[in-house]
Design a protein around this ligand. Sequence first.
Ligand code: NOJ
Length: 720
Amino acid sequence: MKRQPIETYVEQMTLAEKIGQLLQLAVPFFEGAKTEGEITGPMEGLGVSEETVRNTGSVLGLSGAQEAINVQQAHLRKNRLGIPLLIMADIIHGYKTIFPVPLAIGCSWDLKLAERSAEIAAREAAVSGVHVTFAPMADLVRDPRWGRVMEATGEDPFLNGEFARAFVRGFQGKDLQNDTSRVAACVKHFAAYGAAEGGRDYNTVDLSERQLREYYLPAYKAALDEGCEMVMASFNTVDGIPSTGNKRLLRRLLREEWGFGGVIISDWGAVKELIPHGAAADEKEAALRSIEAGIDIEMMTTCYMKHLAELAENGVIEEKLIDEAVLRILQLKQKLGLFDNPYRGADPAREAEIVFCGEHRAVSRELAAKSCVLLKNEGVLPLRRDQSIALIGPFAQSGDILGPWSWHGSTEAAVRLHDGIAAKIGTGRIAVAEGCGIEEASPRQLAAALRAAEGADVIVLALGESSEMSGEAGCRGDIRLPQAQLALIERLAELGKPMAAVLFNGRPLDLHGVADRADAVLEAWFPGSEGGHAIADLLFGDVQPAGRLTMSFPYAAGQIPVYYNSFNTGRPKDAPDAQVRYVSQYLDMPNEPLYPFGYGLSYTAFAYGEPELSSPEMTPDRPLTIKVKVTNTGAVAAEETVQLYVRDLAGDVVRPVKELKDFRKILLQPGEAREVAFALTEPQLRYHHADLTFASDAGDFLVYVGPNSRDAAGLRFSLR
Ligand code: NOJ
């Protein structure tokens, strides 16, 4: 049967039916739905009638193959023109096979594996009936107080862009229409959600246009260049106007300047939130501003449903605006093949077969091991298999290691640290004790922990934040571990035994009281379904730690924001002629973070030779080559991430002290040396000038190659 062209649907639709397409409701509203679905915002008082639900264009949070089929069937029975529902869900770092949180994935610097994780997430979600995922999040983050840093890949615009692309490739594949094991991606939160003042969620963002374009926008753009189908607007203001009602941001920049023709969706309730923001007097004005700005789908409020018809009928907006939004939504449905097969990939039998299968879990284990970052190691790790271990801390046997945004993941099925270690050495030589709760101390638990520790050769401390302590609305003003855990580690340190801390958390922490007391610190983030195995692989040296931080660990919260690609200032502290007092510094703490961007240890050591430049001069048609010899001087084969940074010494506007331009992951056998060569071209030196033109400056530069953003050696060259 030949399908009618999508435009003819629009012609046949009543205004109410069109407006219905612009509404997204959460799953509890739909007939055939059993689960309560994902609730990530207020639900009250929407006032939707049965007729509204019948016309609704998309559903949020629905999954499970049979349920998706039931809901779609019921919907098609009722919807006059038989327009299928678009099923969207937050599949952020896995569906049931949960991968490490995105910030951890960032620390793997492994784009191939990141893509594979998204591909698996898509496979599991698609077979469970999902059509679109609200991912990737491409927000650049510099403030670890913000709970949602765990959803980002870090503080670098270039690396974030590379990861955003990898995730989009993994989710969408090459042919969404025919490859029903993929889902459409929706990049979010446009724009600059990560720059919320004070690291407080939903708070004001106010950036210069240059900051926005130079640092915050590139990763969203990268996702779109990779073909990402949808964009979600952010909750925050951008230059005084909430993104949801921000015509300059959505219509001028995203649609006109970047040519984005796909669907833009609001975040949960964000259209109506124009009112408390103070950008709309009432729901009618909120609807008006949002549709004019370019929001096609209103998520979980009903300003469009209540007011768009009236606005169109009174000529305040042209009905064309509504038609265009509807058309974009129908085009996406068509692209996903829903008009031909409204059930798409949903398949209960296959769902039972592939969701959380061994193959997927193996990838999760591999990625989790690659995402952990060894921050400190003074002779404790790797553990020996003949040592007796006191495994202590609230995360010793906890399944709360999936992290936020893992709706379908099972904490019961997650491999706990104790199970991972026991799988290596059996249970006989492990004494396990909680020591304290995540936030509560108890003398009884402490006493048991001290007893366990006394009899052991080595203490492995499993500490961290509960998953509730980060994620959406999971902001903290004090980013140290909770006091109960700090007290535990203090008491254990008094025993003077070798002690390795494994940290489970969703943000860079202030590690006072941990990094100074433990002999080794392994940052495991929220490692996902296979966490315990992955960490045990690292603890025993069966896998070599290779993660590198993509977000700085502050020395203390007072430094925030602290990020590697900052400006030098006019009075840099480390200048050869720096004064004692009148320099840019804190009196009570260093300027530098405790652990910088790009940093991470290994069980081996890598020696970097003197980097060599092909020429001291670059021209637009003569790129440079930078070579460096890297040698594995240790006793085990391991992966190193060789990083290339650039500094523009005098620009039209000031430039960061270092900017990541490239990196290479190499595997070196013990004693092996490899020459790593990078090409550096003029376009890589371009940036947004004061007048917002994107160009390079002739003049002098430094290029750095090294193991992290702090310890890289610099060479001078000039661009002619
Ligand atoms: C709110 C969050 O900000 C967004 O990231 C998410 O996709 C939506 N809720 C839908 O759950």
